[in-house]
Write a protein that binds this ligand. Structure first.
Ligand code: AMP
Ligand code: MG
Length: 535
């Protein structure tokens, strides 16, 4: 029934930890440890991605009878292993909040193995929350429903927004309770346990390389780098027998892909929340959806992660710089494989250029403006908007959709008249300061002058803008509503949100309520504006 062709290139070509017990330990000279998921008490499939089932060549759970669906739930909880599966946890290290943290590894993620899809792609299936591994340190290897709903929905939402990301196949309730101190304030409580099955061509992280470099284990570092290049960067020169040039080209491509991913985050208003190097995918995919959040009112200093509240290292506006810092750490690790480190520095510089160019193009696209214009003028218009958006609480998502609706040619209107169409992007439209109003009106006038250069019709400008400015994003409070319902036994909100988020750029008249501003109750509610790493 669940017919998957396992290829398992990771476990077949890379050095394994010789031990197969769960004793927490330093695993040296190896890229992974073989480990089996625990038995969940009563697996129940509560959400899934039809697209991912189709991609894997599997029948949608919606078309299965009860018995087949139960069987599937057992597999997706890790209770039953499919023929050919070779489950393992990966060894990696990482820099956490700016400091080298040593070995981390998959503490609560167990890959079932790599499969080949009907289209010939290789995808790894990984269960998050299916039990402890040698990398679990003091923790239990489990995951709770709330964080699993968040990971499931956000990975699919990111994909449909067109931002590179790991995918989610399924969400299963385990039937077990997991104790968590949600706010780290000495109030542990049992919560429903859950498992998400994540899918990606590879879950290899920056930290996967750093750990071997930090230990001076250049052999394992090279073996992993060669595996990664041969299997995931096969288009590079000499991918099957990498030379110093190959490693440099590889690093440069990782930098380029990372720049693209960050541009995507900035475009849609996503804040990852924990950009440690162990949470940076070597494929340039968004990975590890923990205390992430979406900016509601535009504020570059905002981070949802209360664990990071003091320094706000991973705030929205700092993400491009942090990616650069993380790439430098990867570069240090890769340096051991190249003859000359200067080209690695050049690739770092290229990240800055790539981010600047792609970031500018993205900002112009959000405004429906062509990229060919004067760079200085473009940057000034963009920077002024960033300033103006912060003069009053302005919803980032709604602002751009309203701007797209505005006809050009309002130059003769008063400030109040000009601002009218974007009024409902403001959180408190009736108490706008004169400064905020005047600055916005001035900016709008400059903006419409700039649109005149492109001579697009209003309709064409709107179509171009609506294709890059989502109407529907997974606002923090929306995920929380899905969690509240799901914890009370109603999983339909997860499915409803998944459905809406499948077409984030389209008008969906029946889903208007999910395009609204963050409601007031969500301003201070835990899970909506404040999240900890507890999950
Ligand atoms: P994160 O910040 O979620 O990316 O996790 C950092 C490290 O902690 C990784 O090595 C995780 O595998 C590990 N970890 C997080 N939560 C758990 C848990 N409940 N059980 C075991 N390990 C965990
Ligand atoms: Mg992680």
């Amino acid at each position: 029934m669940i017919d998957l062709t396992f290829t398992n290139r990771f476990t077949e070509t890379l050095p394994a930890d010789p031990r197969e017990d769960l004793h927490r330990r330093q695993v040296e000279g190896a890229c992974f440890s073989r480990v089996h998921p625990v038995q969940a008490a009563a697996p129940a499939l509560i959400a899934w991605s039809d697209e991912m089932f189709e991609r894997l060549g599997l029948v949608s759970p919606g078309d299965l009878d009860d018995e087949a669906r139960e069987q599937l739930a057992r597999v997706l909880a890790g209770n039953d292993l499919l023929d050919g599966s070779d489950p393992y946890a990966m060894c990696y290290g990482g820099h956490q909040f700016g400091n080298w943290a040593g070995q981390l590894g998959d503490g609560r993620a167990i890959a079932l193995g790599e499969v080949e899809t009907p289209a010939g792609d290789h995808l790894t299936l990984q269960l998050k929350g299916a039990g402890p591994t040698p990398y679990s340190r003091t923790a239990d290897g489990m995951a709770v429903l709330r964080s699993s709903v968040r990971e499931f929905l956000c990975s699919e939402a990111m994909f449909h927004l067109g931002v590179p990301t790991t995918r989610a196949l399924s969400l299963v309730l385990t039937g077990d309770k997991v104790v968590r101190d949600m706010l780290y304030d000495g109030n542990p409580a049992p919560e429903p346990g859950a498992v998400v099955c994540r899918v990606s061509p590879a879950f290899i992280r920056f930290g996967s390389f750093e750990i071997h470099a930090a230990r001076g284990d250049i052999d394992t570092l090279k073996t992993l780098a060669d595996h990664t290049i041969a299997n995931h960067f096969g288009h590079l020169p000499n991918a099957d027998a990498p030379t110093s040039e190959t490693y440099i080209a590889w690093f440069a491509e990782v930098a380029e892909r990372t720049a693209e991913m960050i541009v995507g985050w900035m475009r849609v208003g996503f804040v990852h929340g924990v950009m440690n190097t162990d949470n940076m995918s070597i494929l340039g995919e968004t990975i590890d959806f923990g205390p992430y959040g979406w900016v509601d009112d535009f504020d570059p200093t905002w981070t949802p992660n209360t664990t990071d509240a003091a320094h706000r290292r991973y705030r929205y506006g700092n993400q491009p710089q942090i990616a650069y810092w993380n790439l430098a750490k990867l570069g240090n690790a890769v340096a051991a494989l190249v003859d000359d480190v200067q080209p690695l520095q050049a690739a770092m510089d290229r990240y800055v250029e790539a981010y600047t160019e792609k970031g500018r193009a993205m900002s112009l696209a959000k405004l429906g403006l062509s990229v060919g214009r004067d760079v200085e003028e473009a940057d000034e218009l963009i920077h002024e908007l960033i300033r103006v958006l912060q003069l009053a609480e302005t919803d980032y998502t709604i602002f751009y959709r309203r701007l797209a609706d505005m006809p050009a040619g309002g130059q003769g209107l008063s400030d109040d008249e000009l601002i009218e169409p974007i009024r409902d992007a403001y959180y408190t439209p009736d108490s706008l300061s004169d400064e905020a109003k005047e600055a916005m009106a001035l900016w709008l006038r400059r903006y419409f002058d700039a649109t005149a250069d492109d001579a697009l019709s209003d309709a064409d400008r709107k179509a171009a803008m609506d294709a890059v400015n989502p109407k529907y994003v997974l606002r923090n409070y929306m995920a929380q509503l899905a969690i509240d319902a799901s914890e009370a036994g109603d999983h339909s909100v997860i499915a409803e949100l998944l459905d809406v988020l499948r077409n984030p750029y389209a008008e969906q008249p029946e889903a208007e309520r999910w395009a609204e501003k963050r409601p007031d109750w969500a301003r201070t509610r835990v899970g909506c504006s404040m999240l900890s790493c507890s999950s």
